[in-house]
Design a protein. Structure first.
Lengths: 314, 279
């Protein structure tokens, strides 16, 4: 591993505290997980603008809606599994439908939750959120990008879903570049095949690209941090110029990022494609790397998928 | 206790009757809707919009306005009727209820209808949303108050009680909830579907100030609301005992008028009973 590993949650906490200083309209809610999501940092700095809602996520989402309807910019945090499925109706009815200014920033998404097992490892949250009208869906690649995303979404109007993980992730993005919504950065250029990743899988795509070089294959890597609205232009351009696409996500292959990319390609430019992701199953307890390996989210899995795509290209 | 002269009360009662006429006409013309729960809430709505709320129909986004959240969103016809009566939009528009392109959706939509403070329809959300508004008021040191109307069927919903806990925990004395206790829900009497009693004790145990009234008596509605305004450090719930379908003889206590439009003949009878077919 050539990158430093850092916590996305820590950067979320840091960004929130800065936002709290900059703007008095920022309000934060959590559901008894503030020390894990790091909203506790905001709570310590601005206790009067932090509301712990207890283990009551449905109530938290509607409370957030009421605050937003009264002019507040509301950040709502818990674990991804509880901040989506457990309160889907509240997000749908009271946040997405009225297009209210609520930022749902959830941690502990995907199987890198590890030992807690399938009950806590949501692998279907991107699917749930991307079908909601008005909802923006962002999966930052690392801690640095998480910080930028949080600062950015605070300026946006309307609901946003931001998905971060529990584990420390390799920092592949630089401090200087600005986050642009729905504009997927090409983090490595290449002409033979395109690897599109989001979240922790962007670094794995970069590693896979290095590996592919050894086989004489020049892979392009795209960080598709915004799943919705999706950057059709960059995806189609990559497909056109490289002729094959592999997607990689720490999410079910059913209706996640890879499916979103597939839809773009089907309607715009047909190339061989392969989705790397969690198959249509629930996870289980285990160490992160063991789980990533068992559920097909390794560098080797991406390399293998690239070879498969290249074979079909010919 | 404040004393209200008879003329003032009679005026509010007349408005409530007009709201009921609008409801029947709207639902009849739409061919679908929820008359029972609209009629049971009409008196509370008339009192709210014509006496209790500090609001300005010409400025629906006035920051200091009191907020009203219709948690029982299926009573949308009654909400639209009182908003139109108050001047938020023309009375003529009421006949567009549930029609394609209308601002008056089957259930309230805050993006479309002036005066609607929160989109509702999925039950059990309104109190939590009202709490959010109340927290915002406290943060901004504003004096506006939040009124939420819940159906008694919504007492089945777990989130109602999550929100009840939150309001008490954060001492939201700027929140007043009316429970439209008409004792019927879609499938039958509330006590047969999911026992609610002792409802008043439940709210008390959750840390609320509880008042029980006849929800069709203007003086009681106003007095209870005034009492709520004076309660400090805790929210107030007004359990308003009502009759589903109130004001139309064959709809009163009639389960099947929870969510069914009247026929032509039923419409004519209802309008006659409510004092004429020209609202």
């Amino acid at each position: 591993m050539k990158w430093k590993e850092e916590s996305q949650r820590k950067q979320y906490g840091r960004a929130l505290v800065e936002l709290g200083k900059e703007r008095s309209d920022i309000v934060v809610l959590d559901a008894d997980l503030s020390s894990s999501t790091r909203t506790a940092d905001f709570a310590a700095a601005f206790p009067e603008r932090f509301f712990n809602c207890g283990i009551a996520e449905q109530n938290m989402m509607d409370t957030a809606a009421g605050l937003a309807a009264s002019g507040k910019t509301v950040f709502v945090s818990t674990f991804a599994v509880f901040g989506t499925g457990r309160c889907y109706d509240q997000i749908r009815q009271s946040i997405a439908y009225p297009n209210l200014n609520v930022k749902i920033v959830v941690s502990h998404a995907g199987i890198t939750v590890g030992g807690d097992g399938a009950s806590h490892q949501i692998v279907e949250d991107i699917a749930l959120m991307r079908v909601l009208p008005n909802m923006t869906v962002i999966v930052p690649a690392d801690a640095v990008e998480t910080y930028k995303v949080v600062k950015h979404v605070a300026k946006m109007k309307g609901p946003v879903y931001v998905r971060i993980g529990r584990s420390d992730v390799p920092t592949i993005s630089d401090q200087a570049s600005e986050f642009e919504l729905a504009k997927a950065p090409v983090v490595r250029d290449g002409k033979d095949v395109t690897l599109i990743g989001c979240g922790i899988m962007v670094s794995k795509c970069l590693e896979a690209a290095d590996e592919l070089t050894k086989h004489g294959i020049d892979a392009r890597v795209v960080n598709l941090h915004t799943i919705k609205p999706i950057d059709e232009k960059t995806i189609v351009k990559a497909a056109r110029e490289t002729g094959g696409v592999v997607t990689a996500e720490e999410h079910s292959v059913m209706m996640g990022m890879g499916s979103a990319v597939a839809m773009v390609l089907v309607e715009n430019f047909h190339v061989p494609m392969k989705r790397v992701g969690i198959p249509d199953v629930f996870g289980e307890s285990g160490a992160c790397d063991e789980l990533m390996s068992k559920y097909g989210l390794t560098v080797d899995n991406i390399v293998e998928a690239a070879h498969d795509v290249l074979k079909r290209k010919k | 206790m404040e004393v209200y002269d008879g003329e003032f009360i009679t005026e509010l009662e007349a408005i409530a009757k007009r709201i009921r006429r609008h409801c029947i006409k709207m639902i009849y013309e739409a061919g679908s809707g929820h008359p029972g729960g609209s009629l049971s809430a009409a008196d509370i709505l008339a009192a709210l919009y014509f006496h209790i709320l500090r609001h300005d129909p010409k400025r629906p986004d006035w920051p200091d306005r009191d907020r009203f959240v219709m948690s029982k969103g299926h009573a949308a016809p009654a909400l639209y009727a009182v908003l139109a009566e108050a001047g938020y939009f023309p009375l003529d528009e009421l006949s567009s209820l549930r029609k394609l392109g209308s601002r008056l959706q089957g259930h309230p939509c805050m993006q479309k209808t002036p005066g609607v403070e929160m989109s509702t329809g999925s039950l059990g959300h309104g109190l939590a949303a009202g709490n959010g508004m109340a927290l915002a008021a406290k943060l901004d040191r504003k004096l506006y108050r939040i009124y939420v109307l819940c159906g008694d069927g919504e007492m089945d919903v777990g989130e109602t009680w999550e929100a009840a806990m939150l309001a008490a925990h954060y001492k939201l004395d700027n929140v007043t909830v009316y429970v439209d206790r008409n004792k019927l829900q879609l499938d039958g009497p509330t006590e047969n579907i999911m026992s609610l009693e002792p409802l008043s004790d439940k709210w008390k145990a959750f840390g609320w100030h509880v008042i029980e009234i006849n929800g069709h008596n203007m003086r009681e509605i106003i007095h209870a609301t005034n009492e709520a305004r004076g309660v400090k450090g805790k929210p107030t719930v007004i359990i308003a005992h009502t009759i589903k379908g109130k004001g139309v003889s064959y709809m009163e206590g009639a389960l099947h008028f929870h969510g069914k439009a009247p026929s032509k003949q039923e419409y004519e009878i209802a309008m006659k009973e409510l004092g004429g077919d020209k609202p």
